[in-house]
Design a protein around this ligand. Structure first.
Ligand code: NAD
Ligand code: MN
Length: 347
């Protein structure tokens, strides 16, 4: 457990007891170890996590991360010194992020009801635009240059593309490849070629191509027509915030960071960040974390638990009398929501 900062801590602490009790009710014993890695540690000791952090994490079956980000620490410091070292260090190439509009939840888009939005984004998670490659220099007097490179490897690209095709096979047989190949003629054209190559192994899958500007528009205009989407690290990041809000709230969107070889642990976390605007108020929506826990159970092949938790959250959201947090129109606290779910699932 790495709760991190802000509402990351709030949703992690609020939901962990339920995770353990629910598993126990299914005869699964979960042992958790907590790490106080994050911005407070950085402010006191100069590092978000210890030097041997990855060595420590390597021994675990799964990692749950809350979120990191602190008003007194630059965002590029928090992101590049905790989440990225873990995703890159453990070859967690695959970031799978479903967007699902539950019954009883209102989308800010007109005319969509429960189940109408049901898509999953496969985001490349270890390289692309988030490769730590670049530099800055002063050129002569008064001018300055900054270079930020994107990196696409065959291994990293094939891993995400293959995972997306596999998912499309399990789902409706349709895959949308969202890129910016018109402007990015090296990395994105390489990416498109790999999609083309892998598609030959999946003749039954229909592949749709969109540029990310139009694709973002279509997430708003016709989200019901998407099923499996594959995108680069940055574009997948942006598209999944849109996917979160059109499904009711960013606070309900779950995320997985999968190491496809199984050599290293995978990591599960809500899509949202530490939310400076509501931190400390106790009103963060715990659903993103709860659904991420469900996806963790699925990854650990505890399908019963995965389904029980997912369906329990769904039933709670569908019940107009159940407590809900302000982001989805209620006035309940994080703990009210978790307590109510606990009663539904355990009593
Ligand atoms: P954010 O996701 O923290 O918040 C965006 C908006 O969504 C805010 O209005 C917030 O109140 C709302 N929101 C998010 N989660 C919610 C929840 N569970 N319940 C109710 N409302 C919720 O994004 P931001 O404001 O751009 O970033 C804040 C900090 O978090 C920054 O430091 C950023 O770098 C960091 N961040 C970290 C991660 C991560 O750790 N994986 C991801 C995104 C942002
Ligand atoms: Mn994001």
């Amino acid at each position: 457990m790495i709760p991190g900062d802000g509402i990351g801590i709030e949703v992690t602490e609020a939901t962990e007891p339920l995770l353990i009790e629910l598993a126990a009710a299914h005869d699964v014993e979960i042992e958790t170890t907590w790490f106080d890695w994050g911005s407070e540690r950085y402010l006191e000791e100069g590092a978000l996590m210890p030097d041997d952090g990855l060595e420590t994490l390597k021994e675990f079956d799964a990692i749950l991360l809350g979120a990191v980000g602190h008003p007194d620490v630059p965002d590029h410091v928090t992101l590049r010194n905790l989440r990225l070292p873990i995703t890159k260090g453990f070859n967690q190439h695959i970031c799978k992020r479903p967007s699902y509009l539950f019954d009883g939840v209102e989308s800010p888009l007109r005319g969509y009801e429960g189940g109408d939005i049901d898509l999953v984004v496969y985001r490349q998670n270890t390289e692309g635009e988030y490769a730590d490659v670049g530099g800055r220099e002063h050129q002569g007097f008064g001018n300055e240059v900054a270079v930020q490179s994107a990196v696409y490897t065959r291994e990293g690209t094939e891993a995400i593309v293959r995972a997306a095709f596999e998912a499309a096979t399990e789902r409706s047989g349709k895959l949308t490849n969202i890129t910016k190949s018109n402007a990015q003629a090296y990395g994105m054209v390489f990416w498109d070629e790999i999609v083309e190559e892998v598609s030959e192994e999946y003749p039954d899958i229909t592949v749709e191509r969109l540029l990310v500007d139009a694709g973002s528009m279509d997430f708003v205009r016709r989200p019901n027509e998407f099923d499996v989407v594959v995108a680069s690290n940055l574009f997948g990041d942006i598209l999944t915030d849109i996917g979160g809000i059109i499904s009711g709230s960013l606070g309900m969107a779950p995320s997985t960071n999968i190491n496809p070889s199984g050599e290293f642990p995978s990591m599960f976390e809500p899509v949202h960040g530490s939310a400076f605007d509501i931190m400390g108020e106790g009103i963060a929506n715990p659903v993103g974390m709860l659904l991420s826990m469900s996806l963790m159970f699925e990854h650990l092949e505890e399908d019963d638990l995965a389904e029980t938790l997912w369906d329990g959250v769904g039933a709670q959201l569908a019940d107009s009398d159940a407590p809900r947090t302000p982001d989805i129109g209620g006035s309940a606290t994080t703990l009210d929501v978790v307590g109510d779910l606990e009663e539904r699932l355990l009593e």
